[in-house]
Design a protein around this ligand. Structure first.
Ligand SMILES: [Zn+2]
Length: 65
């Protein structure tokens, strides 16, 4: 299984934007800070496992389901 790293590309007081570093993928998700929630903006490569972290926020194997 492919493993893609995601990096923080932007944030505000409530949410953090993570993007996949794989050019062929383009997955983008928004994570809520105050409460755990994930909003998938772009699915990217669904078969890949996505991991990333920023500050106290960690994501691992985020699925669109
Ligand atoms: Zn990816």
């Amino acid at each position: 299984m492919n493993v893609h790293r995601m990096i923080c590309e932007g944030e505000n007081a409530a949410e953090v934007l993570f993007v996949c570093t794989d050019d062929q993928c383009g997955r983008r998700v928004v994570l809520g800070k105050s409460r755990p929630k994930i909003v998938v903006i772009d699915d990217g490569e669904l078969g890949a496992s996505h991991i990333g972290s920023m500050g106290g926020v960690f994501i691992e194997d985020v699925d669109a389901a």
